[in-house]
Design a protein around this ligand. Structure first.
Ligand code: SAM
Ligand code: SF4
Length: 325
C-alpha cells in the first residue's frame, strides 16, 4: 500500500520516526522513496549569488551578513546577460534547476527587482526550472515573479520556532512563514528547509520537520543543509554534524513528506562517497553542484566530480520538469 501524504503529523509521531534505529529508519525511508520517486535519478541544481554580501540581517551562520566580519567581498546585483550565460553553461553540464540568490532582507519594488524579473525570464527561457531566494516578499511581488516564469521560491525556516531567536534576531519565524504563505498564493512552487549544526537540539530538528510537514500542501522542495562554518560568524565554532544525524534528518524528512524533493545541500563537499550514497538511500534525490567549487559563498562539489559520483552510483541526472518555452 502506498504511503499517504499527510499534513497532520503530531510531534510525538515525528519524534518516534526520527528516533528509530538508524538502519530501520533508512530502510523505511528507502521503501517510501521508491513509491514516490525514481531511485535512479538525482536532480542536479546550481545556485548563483546574483548579489553578494552587505545584508542587513544578522543570521548567525551567514557569511553575507553586514553584522559579521567574514571577509566576503560584497558584489552589487549582476547583469542579466551574465546570469543567463551562467545558466546556459550550467544547463550544458546537466543542471536542470538554476537558483538565483540575493543577500537581501526583502524584495523592494525598485529597478533591482525589475532586473531580477528579467533574469527569471531569461533563465526560464532556457527550459530550466528557475528558483529564486531573495528574502521576504509580498503576494504582489510573488505574482510578478510568477508572471516572469519563476518555477520555485526558496525561503528556509532554518530551525525550530523555539531555537530561531538564538540564530537570527532581525526577523521572526512568523515573518518566514508569512513569506512562504505569500508564495503559496501563486502557482510558484515552495522550496523550504533548514540547516543542521546551528547548536540546535534533536527536539529542534524534530520541531522543524513537524512544521515543514504541517504545511498543507508540503513544500515541493526541502533543502537539508549542514552548516558550512564561516570564520567571523557567531556560529563558526560549532561542532561538526555527524553523518548519522544528517542521514536521520533526511530519512525522517522523506517519511513525513514523501512526495517532496529532499535536497542534500550545503556541507556535501566534506562528505565521502559512502556518506552520500547513504543519503540517497535514505531518500535524498537532489544535489547542488557548481562551476567553480562555490555555492553562494561556501564550498561546493563541482560538475566534474559530481558526474563521476553519479556514474559510480549508476544514477542519472533528472530531466527538468519544465523542458521548453
Ligand atoms: N537572503 C535570502 C534569505 O535569507 O532567504 C536568501 C539567501 S540565503 C544565503 C539562502 C539560504 O542559505 C539560507 O536560508 C540558509 O538556509 C542557507 N545558508 C546560508 N549560509 C549558510 C551556511 N553557512 N551554511 C549552511 N547553509 C547556509
Ligand atoms: Fe542575509 Fe539571507 Fe544571509 Fe540572512 S541568510 S544574512 S537574510 S543573505
Amino acid at each position: 500500500m502506498e504511503a499517504a501524504v499527510r499534513a497532520d503529523w503530531t510531534v510525538p509521531e515525528v519524534h518516534d520516526i526520527y528516533h528509530q534505529p538508524l538502519l530501520e529508519l533508512v530502510h523505511q525511508a528507502s521503501v517510501v522513496h521508491r513509491e514516490f520517486h525514481d531511485p535512479g535519478q538525482v536532480q542536479v541544481c546550481q545556485l548563483l549569488s546574483i548579489k553578494t554580501g552587505g545584508c542587513p540581517e544578522d543570521c548567525g551562520y551567514c557569511s553575507q551578513s553586514a553584522h559579521h566580519n567574514s571577509g566576503v567581498q560584497p558584489r552589487p546585483l549582476m547583469g542579466v546577460e551574465e546570469v543567463v550565460a551562467t545558466a546556459r553553461r550550467a544547463k550544458a553540464q546537466g543542471v536542470t534547476r538554476f537558483c538565483l540568490g540575493a543577500a537581501w532582507r526583502e524584495v523592494r519594488d525598485n529597478p533591482g527587482f525589475e532586473r531580477v524579473l528579467e533574469m527569471v525570464e531569461g533563465v526560464s527561457g532556457l527550459g530550466l526550472e528557475v528558483c529564486a531566494t531573495l528574502g521576504m516578499l509580498t503576494v504582489e511581488q510573488a505574482k510578478r515573479l510568477e508572471a516572469a516564469g519563476l518555477y520555485a521560491y526558496n525561503h528556509n525556516l532554518d530551525t525550530s520556532q523555539a531555537y530561531y531567536p538564538s540564530v537570527v534576531s532581525t526577523r521572526s519565524y512568523q515573518d518566514r512563514l508569512d513569506t512562504v504563505a505569500n508564495v503559496r498564493a501563486t502557482s510558484v512552487t515552495v522550496c523550504c528547509g533548514g540547516i543542521l549544526g546551528l547548536g540546535e537540539s534533536e527536539d529542534d530538528r524534530i520541531a522543524l520537520l513537524h512544521t515543514l510537514a504541517g504545511l498543507d500542501p508540503h513544500p515541493e522542495s526541502v533543502p537539508i543543509n549542514m552548516l558550512s562554518k564561516v570564520e567571523g560568524t557567531p556560529l563558526a565554532d560549532q561542532p561538526d554534524v555527524d553523518i548519522s544525524d544528517t542521514v536521520r534528518m533526511i530519512a525522517t524528512a522523506r517519511l513525513v513528506m514523501p512526495a517532496s524533493d529532499i535536497r542534500l545541500s550545503a556541507g556535501r563537499h566534506v562528505m565521502g562517497f559512502s556518506d552520500q550514497a547513504l543519503c540517497f538511500l535514505a531518500g535524498a534525490n537532489s544535489i547542488f553542484s557548481s562551476e567553480h567549487n562555490i555555492m553562494l559563498t561556501v564550498p561546493c562539489a563541482d560538475h566534474t566530480s559530481d558526474r563521476a559520483l553519479l556514474a559510480r552510483l549508476g544514477m542519472q541526472a533528472r530531466p527538468a520538469a519544465r523542458t521548453s518555452q
